[in-house]
Design a protein around this ligand. Structure first.
Ligand code: FMN
Length: 363
């Protein structure tokens, strides 16, 4: 299978083309420092060609939910250093996903108690985990001022620097799936009438400012970005995604980034449309809103020339040795949905590898 072959590019050399997709799991301490379980979880999955972490807030004003990790403080850096060291010791490679919630947030879900702010005062309606263990809908955000926008750009850059200091191989800017950068790109969440709103060129300004600030801090070969053109999750509606994403990808292409991570979509076939406009490494995610990505779907995507690498989300949750199982055509374990999010190792780092499960059942 092409999926299992080595990948070599100027910025990345990977033993296979199976990428672990970013997945929020809410296993951090309340202050946003990843726990010892987080190090176990990622190092168990180090046979992936590349791991992209769960979304991590660059600054507490971008914390979307309780128990999501951060990359703002020296304590965060020290705790993430244990995670990256453990992944590297197990032979893996790991990028940190920088995820700013923007309008998605609630004062009771974040450590600084602040109100959420996004491009415009348009509510999200997503149900969020609160620090006290309860749940509540995102509040209607306030519209970000120019000073808020400048601060957010600085926060991404500082977090990228912290990520590299913590031993990450690079950072992925989360510009997908309804988070802050996507909120600027989409016309139903960005109603601004200044230079950050209106035309596609204006709506993509924030994405490019964030990218340039991160590149200035950590270099283009350590900077990547994830886009989900036309993804309708969490009330996002993009009337006519093609012109904006074509222009954005053309701009990003000039920046020689580590990779572009692109989720495909039913209404707008982003992979087919945008692959020819991107000359660097492309990671496809073909599973959003559908069945979990399968090895067969991944292989078809690679063979069609739509991507260099494919990311797997849900299959990696229950199968730490996913690459081994694909290699030997072994059955995949199912996810235990009831412990998808939680405070402990249960449903997180307690999924056995095939070898361990076979040894237990034979005993
Ligand atoms: C539990 C869970 C948490 C997720 N959290 C994130 C996230 O933090 N950042 C992100 O970009 N996508 C996130 N996603 C989307 C996944 O990265 C991926 O695109 C999606 O699961 C589809 O791929 P799959 O079919 O292989 O699971 C999440 C998905 C799941 C299932």
């Amino acid at each position: 299978m092409k999926l299992l072959t080595e990948y070599r590019a100027p910025h990345l050399t990977l033993p296979n083309r199976v990428v672990m997709a970013p997945m929020t799991r809410l296993r951090s301490h309340a202050d946003g420092s990843p726990t010892a379980d987080v190090a176990d979880y990622y190092s168990q999955r180090a046979s992936a060609g590349l791991i992209v972490t769960e979304g991590i807030w660059p600054h507490s004003s971008g914390q979307s939910e309780a128990w999501v990790p951060g990359l703002q403080t020296p304590e965060h850096v020290a705790a993430w250093r244990r995670v990256t060291a453990s992944v590297h010791a197990a032979g893996g490679r790991i990028f940190a996903q920088l995820m700013h919630g923007g309008r998605k947030g609630h004062p009771l879900a974040r450590i600084d108690g602040s109100l959420p702010a996004g491009p415009s005062a348009v509510s999200d309606g997503d149900v969020l985990h609160l620090i006290d263990g309860g749940k509540a809908e995102s509040l209607t955000p306030r519209a970000m001022t120019r000073a808020d926008i400048e601060a957010a750009v600085r926060h991404y850059a500082a977090a990228a620097r912290n990520a590299v200091d913590a031993g990450f191989d690079g950072v992925e800017i989360h510009a997908a799936n309804s988070y802050l950068v996507h909120q600027f790109l989409a016309d139903n969440t960005n109603l601004r009438d200044d230079e950050y709103g209106g035309t596609p060129a204006n709506r993509m300004r924030f994405a490019l400012e964030v990218t340039d600030a991160v590149v200035a801090q950590v270099g283009s070969r350590r900077t990547a970005i994830r886009l989900s053109p036309g993804n309708p999750q969490f009330g996002m509606r993009e009337q006519d995604p093609a012109p904006l994403y074509r222009a954005l990808v053309a701009e990003l292409d000039r920046r020689d980034l580590a990779y572009l991570h692109l989720t495909d979509n039913d209404d707008y076939p982003a992979l087919a449309d945008l692959r020819p406009r991107w000359h660097g490494t492309l990671i496809a995610n073909v599973g959003e809103n559908r069945a979990p990505t399968s090895a067969e779907a991944a292989e078809r995507t690679l063979r069609a020339g739509h991507a260099d690498l494919v990311s797997f989300g849900r299959a990696f949750i229950a199968n730490p040795d996913l690459v081994h199982r694909i290699t030997h055509d072994l059955p995949l374990a199912p996810i235990r949905e009831e412990v998808l999010y939680g405070r402990t190792a249960e449903g997180y780092s307690d999924y056995p590898s095939w070898t361990a499960a076979s040894a237990t059942s034979a005993a």
